[in-house]
Design a protein around this ligand. Structure first.
Ligand SMILES: Nc1ncnc2c1ncn2[C@@H]1O[C@H](COP(=O)(O)OP(=O)(O)OP(=O)(O)O)[C@@H](O)[C@H]1O
Length: 245
């Protein structure tokens, strides 16, 4: 079966630093996959390579069987790869509605059918999925931090992605918000594949069917939550440190 995403010997060096080193990775359609690992392990660099925010030093990225290594980021969005990163990228002086409308418009324009009714419907649907319908008219910058993260997820969903990449989505969320987030990702995974960088081990163990552990730019281990919990190398590198990130 063709994987949704595959990387082959994917490598990115920053000067002498091997941020990502020869990573062979495979993500099946419909998965919720978590990538974990200590700070500086290369997780953000790795997903940035997949979505095209940064270029690899060598190696290949294949999406739905097609080599996308040379494809610019905006073309990858059009191919179905959406992402949110650690640093929020919302426009604080626009309303929640308008932030999400920017994403919907991007999708509609790339499909060549920008109708105002489709724009409104697309925004409405994305806001409903993340539970922000009531906040549509609020300036995004006036929202609580947890809600700003949800706006970002709505912006990702509005692109109707095949793959949604979330980089530390629960960072800064309250316990109640984390619960809501877990339910949201389960719902998103009913029609998209989710690749998640996450430091909160409860979230990882609850959501991920498989976990990829990175360390020093390489894949240290991969397996089910039970396999990862029982893996000695992982415990030494990460879990055993008692670190929560
Ligand atoms: N643009 C850059 N220029 C130079 N070095 C970089 C750059 N981006 C990342 N690095 C380095 O590459 C290594 C991997 O960083 P990366 O952010 O991918 O790790 P990470 O696993 O996501 O860490 P964290 O959990 O702290 O977010 C680190 O040593 C980092 O300092």
């Amino acid at each position: 079966m063709t994987a949704l995403v595959e990387t082959r010997a994917l490598t990115r060096h920053f000067g002498g630093l091997k941020a990502v080193e020869s990573v062979d990775f495979r993500l099946e359609k419909g998965e919720i996959r978590a990538i974990i690992g200590p700070n500086g392990a290369g997780k953000t660099t790795f997903v940035s390579l997949i979505c095209g925010r940064i270029a690899p030093s060598s190696g290949a990225i294949v999406f739905e069987g097609r080599d996308i290594t040379a494809l610019p980021a905006h073309r990858r969005v059009r191919a179905g790869i959406a992402y949110t990163f650690q640093i929020t990228s919302i426009f604080p002086r626009l309303t929640v509605f308008d932030n999400v409308a920017l994403s919907v418009q991007r999708r509609l324009l790339s499909a060549g059918r920008p109708k105002p009714s489709a724009l409104k419907a697309g925004v409405g649907e994305a806001l409903e999925r993340v539970g922000l319908t009531e906040r549509a008219g609020t300036l995004a910058g006036n929202l609580a931090y947890g809600h700003q993260r949800l706006v970002e997820i709505a912006m990702g969903l509005a692109l109707e992605p095949k793959l949604l990449i979330l980089d530390e989505p629960t960072q800064g969320l309250s316990d109640g918000e984390v619960e809501g987030f877990i339910a949201l990702v389960r719902e998103i995974a009913s029609d998209a594949t989710v690749l998640l960088i996450e430091h909160n081990m409860q979230v990882v163990m609850d959501l991920a069917r498989r976990i990829t552990v990175m360390n020093f730019g390489q894949v240290l281990a991969e397996g089910s939550p039970d396999e990862i919990r029982a893996n000695n190398a992982v415990q030494d590198a990460y879990l055993g440190t008692g670190s929560d990130g």
